[in-house]
Design a binder for this molecule. Structure first.
Ligand code: URA
Length: 429
C-alpha cells in the first residue's frame, strides 16, 4: 500500500519544534500500529516529543489517534451512570478495592479495567488474584450484565483497547522516554477514554513512591489529563494526593486485600478511609449522584454486600482464607524517638523484593509476600519495638528487602512530626 506520509518528515517536524498536522498524527499512530513506521522511527519521535512537547490540541489529536488504534467499549447497555477511577500508582494503594463496590452501592456503575503491577507499585489484579478462585478475565456480555446487576466490575483490560499504546509504552520503557508528560497523559487517557465511562476521577500521586516526584510535575500531568478527558467529552477531575508515605498499614497483595475488607467492614486505617471516601464523592458527583454520604455505606455494610457479590460473580470466594507467607521477619527500632519519615519508595522496593511485585511482565507474584507497617510517621517508638513485619515465601529474600529499607525511615529522639495533607488539591470541576 502507498503510504500518504513518511515517518522521517513527521520526526523532522517535531524535532524542529513544530506542530504535527492532524493527518500526519493520525497516520503515524496507525502506521506504527500496523508495523509500517519502524520502532527506531517511533523512538526518535518519542524523544522529540519528550524534548519539545506538544500543543494542547495536538495532544488531543494524538490521544484520539491512539484510541482509534483499537476498540472503544460500548457501555450503552448499562442502565446506571458510569464512573471510573485511575490512579497513577503508589505503594499500598489498594483504594480501588473498597472504592469500586462503595460507589456501586450508592447507585453508579464502575467499569474498572485494571492492570498488573510492574516495579515497586502493586497492581490491582495481582491483589484480587490472591482471593482463591477469583478470575480477572470477564467476557464483554458478562461485563455489562455484572455492571447492571452488581454495579462494579474490576477486571483485566482486553488487548483491543488502544493497542498503539501497548507498543509505544514498551518502546518508551527502553528509550528513556517514559517521563514525557504528553506521552504519559495520552497513554493513560487513551485507555481510560476507550473504556467508555462517562466520568472519570484521576488520583495523581505525588512523592517518593510515585511516578511524579514533585507537586509541580504532578499538577502539570493532572491538568494535561483533565484537559484531554474534557476534550473527549468525558467528565474528568483529578485529585493530587500524597505518596511520600505508603497508604495504610499493608503493602503486598493478600495483605492489602485484608486491609480493604477492614475498610469495607467500617474500620481500617484512617488514611485509606479518607482517600476512599474523597474519591467516592468525586466519582458520584461525576455520575450526577449527590446528597449521599459514602462513609454511611461503609459503616452500614452496603459496600461490603457489593464487594461480596462482585468477588463471587468472578468466581472468587469472599469467605476463603487468604494466603499467608511461610516466613516472617520483624524489624525493630534501634532507638527511642518519633518516627518522622517512612519512605514509600523504600517500602515499595522492599515489598517487591519480598516477592509481592514483578521485575518483568512474565514474572509470577507471591500472593502472601509483603509488609505490615506497625507504626506510621508521627508515632512514638521505644528501643526494641517492632516497626515492620516482612512476609515472604522464601527466607532468602529478607536480606535484599532489608537493604532496600536501609535509610528508608528516620526515628528522631525527641523529634516532632507535622503531618502533611493526604489530599493536596483538586484539578477540574
Ligand atoms: N501508566 C501508563 O499507562 N502509561 C504511562 O505512560 C505511564 C503510566
Amino acid at each position: 500500500m502507498n503510504e500518504p506520509f513518511d515517518a522521517v518528515s513527521v520526526i523532522r517536524t517535531k524535532r524542529d519544534r513544530n506542530r504535527i498536522p492532524d493527518p500526519q498524527i493520525d497516520w503515524v499512530i496507525d502506521a506504527y500500529t500496523r508495523g509500517i513506521v519502524a520502532e527506531e522511527q517511533m523512538a526518535a519521535l518519542a524523544m522529540a516529543i519528550l524534548l519539545n512537547g506538544m500543543e494542547g490540541d495536538e495532544l488531543s489529536r494524538w490521544t484520539d489517534a491512539m484510541i482509534g488504534s483499537g476498540e472503544r467499549l460500548d457501555l450503552s447497555g448499562v442502565r446506571r451512570p458510569t464512573t471510573d477511577k485511575h490512579s497513577t500508582g503508589g505503594v499500598g494503594d489498594k483504594i480501588t478495592l473498597p472504592l469500586a463496590p462503595l460507589v456501586a452501592a450508592l447507585g453508579a456503575a464502575v467499569p474498572q479495567l485494571s492492570g498488573r503491577g510492574l516495579g515497586h507499585t502493586g497492581g490491582t489484579l495481582d491483589k484480587l488474584e490472591s482471593i482463591p478462585g477469583w478470575r480477572a478475565e470477564v467476557s464483554n456480555a458478562d461485563f455489562i450484565q455484572q455492571l447492571n446487576e452488581i454495579g462494579a466490575v474490576i477486571c483485566a483490560a482486553g488487548d483491543g483497547l488502544a493497542p498503539a499504546d501497548r507498543k509505544l509504552y514498551a518502546l518508551r520503557d527502553v528509550t528513556a522516554t517514559v517521563e514525557a508528560i504528553p506521552l504519559i497523559a495520552s497513554s493513560i487517557m487513551s485507555k481510560k477514554i476507550a473504556e467508555g465511562s462517562s466520568s472519570l476521577v484521576l488520583d495523581v500521586k505525588v512523592g517518593t513512591g510515585a511516578f511524579m516526584k514533585t507537586e509541580a510535575q504532578a499538577r502539570t500531568l493532572a491538568e494535561t489529563m483533565v484537559a484531554l478527558g474534557t476534550a473527549a467529552g468525558t467528565h474528568t477531575v483529578a485529585l493530587l494526593t500524597d505518596m511520600d508515605t505508603p497508604l495504610g498499614l499493608t503493602v503486598g497483595n493478600a495483605l492489602e486485600v485484608r486491609e480493604s475488607i477492614e475498610v469495607l467492614a467500617g474500620g481500617g486505617p484512617a488514611d485509606v478511609v479518607e482517600l476512599t471516601v474523597a474519591l467516592a464523592i468525586q466519582m458520584l458527583a461525576g455520575a450526577g449522584i449527590t446528597g449521599v454520604d459514602p462513609a454511611d455505606a461503609l459503616a452500614d455494610g452496603r459496600a461490603m454486600d457489593v464487594w461480596r457479590a462482585m468477588i463471587r460473580a468472578q468466581g472468587g470466594d469472599p469467605d476463603a482464607t487468604l494466603p499467608v507467607a511461610a516466613e516472617k521477619h520483624v524489624v525493630t527500632s534501634r532507638v527511642t524517638g518519633v518516627l518522622t519519615r517512612l519512605d514509600a519508595y523504600a517500602v515499595g522496593v522492599a515489598a517487591w523484593r519480598l516477592g509481592a511485585g514483578r521485575a518483568r511482565k512474565e514474572d509470577q507474584v507471591s500472593a502472601a509476600a509483603g509488609i505490615n507497617l506497625l507504626v506510621k510517621p508521627g508515632d512514638s517508638v521505644v528501643t526494641g519495638q517492632p516497626l515492620l513485619v516482612l512476609h515472604a515465601d522464601d527466607p532468602d529474600r529478607f536480606d535484599r528487602a532489608l537493604q532496600a529499607l536501609e535509610g528508608g525511615y528516620d526515628i528522631t529522639p525527641g523529634g516532632t512530626f507535622t503531618p502533611s495533607p493526604l489530599i493536596i488539591d483538586k484539578i477540574g470541576r
